[in-house]
Every structure is written in structure tokens, then in C-alpha cells.
Design a protein around this ligand. Sequence first.
Ligand SMILES: Cc1ncc(COP(=O)(O)O)c(C=O)c1O
Length: 384
Amino acid sequence: MAFQVSRRGGIDPFIVLQVLRAAGERAAAGKPVFPLQIGQPSTPAPLGAREAAKAAIDERVLGYTDAPGIEPLRRRIAQHYRERYGEEVAPERVFVTTGSSGGFVLAFLAAFDAGARVVLTDPSYPCYRNVLAALGIETVQVPTGPDTRFQPTPELLEKVEGPVDGLVVASPSNPTGSMLSPDALARLAAWCHDRGVRLISDEIYHGIAYGMEEATAAGSPSAVTVNSFSKYFSMTGWRVGWLVLPEDLTVAVEQLGQNLFLNTPTVSQYAALAAFECREELEGNVRRYARNREILLSALPAMGIGDFAAPDGAFYVYADIGHLTNDSMAFCRRLLDETGVAITPGVDFDRERGSRTVRLSYCAATEDVEAAMDLLAAFLRRAG
Ligand SMILES: Cc1ncc(COP(=O)(O)O)c(C=O)c1O
């Protein structure tokens, strides 16, 4: 008997995770791997967070929590907005989620009906496109380039044909690391608000910036702000993030959250609360990313890979390698097979132009980043 598999389940894979699996298989076979493929800090959760988790396991029941999260964490997140951005956010607007990924599902479901049209930039984080597709929401891909620092502008949005219900932006962005200035984000937020377009602002890389000021959309009356403990806080596997919601979405998100997830893992919430007090350790991680960034910025052009915008934040370089290949997938596979250097083909982020681009992530240990640059240079010399 043939059973049905839903069309919604037929979305594209998240290729980064497939590269991760191939790299894992190589490592399991005892071969070296230099992990520049995934945006995953090579450090564990900060010590204070790990200690808080151990204490919570020993001392608490760790049952269900209120769907929006434990009260002290919601209050601490609200305090973070006051301290960091000078923005007053009521704790009732904070909703703790299973990573930002869980936050996106809730935000998309609460903000958009099936058939709505949401604008994404090309290149952008592939799960936006894939999750929206699984939810029956149409995506409109707007190509961006170095002229707008790979970010959308009101001028680009004006050119979109047909109705627009939403816009997803990320600053710093994955895969380019480019950022929106406070002015540019404010202009986008105002453009969206005036037109009834729901802005979803992915701020998951905040805290990892190299000089440029970070701005939040949390002050906009209609935008949804998405954030996470995965990147700056180095807690990917703990699956904890948060939304700052506009007033009109708080009830919908709470009811969706109650039904879909019940709550975010309780132990992770206690660990996340403690992570806010681990600044020194976390700033040490950011200094390492800055050193690694410098290594790439000098090594890549020296080997002929110079067509990229220096990243303002996050830990990625998104480079054009059109002079080397028009099949970035095959290029990355060969590079991994022959050298153990794992990087990500651009097709994950831009299905039209990504066959000529790759993303290198530099949050790994500095020795691994240095070794990867030497191996990549030798690989290109052999190829060329
Ligand atoms: C731009 C962006 N948003 C969201 C996520 C999802 O992260 P998480 O669910 O771990 O918070 C990632 C992960 O790499 C990302 O790069």
C-alpha cells in the first residue's frame, strides 16, 4: 500500500547539516577534519551556565514551565534590552523558544496565513525559505549584492511585484556577516510598519561584531525580534532562544507555543539565565573570532579568493569562487575529500547564484582555521 508523504515535507535539505554529516563520517574514520562549515562555536556553554545547569538538575524538579518561559529569564532578557540598547521591553513581550529555530516557527505561524508572501534576500539563511515553504507561505527572493552590503533596502522592496506581507532580515547576516546600520534598520522598520508588512528581525549574531554598532528592531511596534543563546552565548545544543513580540502577537504566540512545544527545555532555561553573567568568558570567544577573521581576510586574497565583502559581524566569509568553479557543491566535496577542510557551498544560501560561491565559517579553534587556510592554498595550487 502506498502511503502519502505530504508536499509540505518535501522541502529542500539544510545542506550545511549534510556537509556536517560528511565531515563527521570522515572524522569517525580517523581522518582529520577542519570544521569551517558550520556556524557552531567550538567552545562549550560558558562555565557559569554549565554550573547552573548542574545545580538545576540536582535541586529542581525540572518539570514543565509556563509556555513563554521562566519568569526570571524573561525579566533578565528584558533587562538586557534596557542595558544594551536602551530599549524598554516589557517581560510580557519576551517569549523563550527552542533556539531561534523554534522562534521562527512560532513567529511565522502567528504572523502569516498560508498563502501569504514574505520577502527574503538572496543570499540568506536557508531555513527561512524552507520553513516558510513547509508552512505554505510563499517566499519572494530579492537578490542583493555588495552594493547594498547584501541587505535589503526600501528601494529594493519598492520593486517587488505583488502584495508583500512580511520581510525577514538578519543583521549580522548569515552567510555574509554584513550588518544593517542603526539608520538602515530604522528605515526598513518604518517602511514595513507604514505598509502593514510584518518585519521579522533575526538578531541571533548580536554580540559578535567587529566595530559596527548593532541595532535592534525591538522598539518597532509591529516587528518581531528573534534571538538565541546559540551563537554569542556558545550554547547551540541547549536549544534556547527568544522572541521579543509586538503587543498584537503575544496571545497568538503563547497559544501556539502552548500547543506546539509546551515549553523550552527547562534545564536550558536555567543555564541561559546564568549565561548573561558570563560576559568575560564570552568576550574572550569574540576576541578569538576577531583573530580568526583577520587570518581569513589576509589568507584568502593571497590565494586568489578576494571577491567578498569583509564581514561586519557573525563569523562567516561569503566568497565568490566563480573563477575556480561553477559547481560549488562539487568543489566543497572535493576539498573535503582531499584535504579534510569542510566549507559550505553557496547553493544553500542562494539557489540562483550560489553555484559560484562558498561560505567559510571562522568560529573554530584558531589552529584549525590556520591549518585550513594552508590546506586550501595547497589544494588551489594543485588544482591550478
Ligand atoms: C541567521 C541564523 N538564524 C537562525 C539560526 C538558527 O539557530 P538556533 O536555532 O540555534 O538559534 C541560525 C543558525 O545557524 C542562523 O545562522
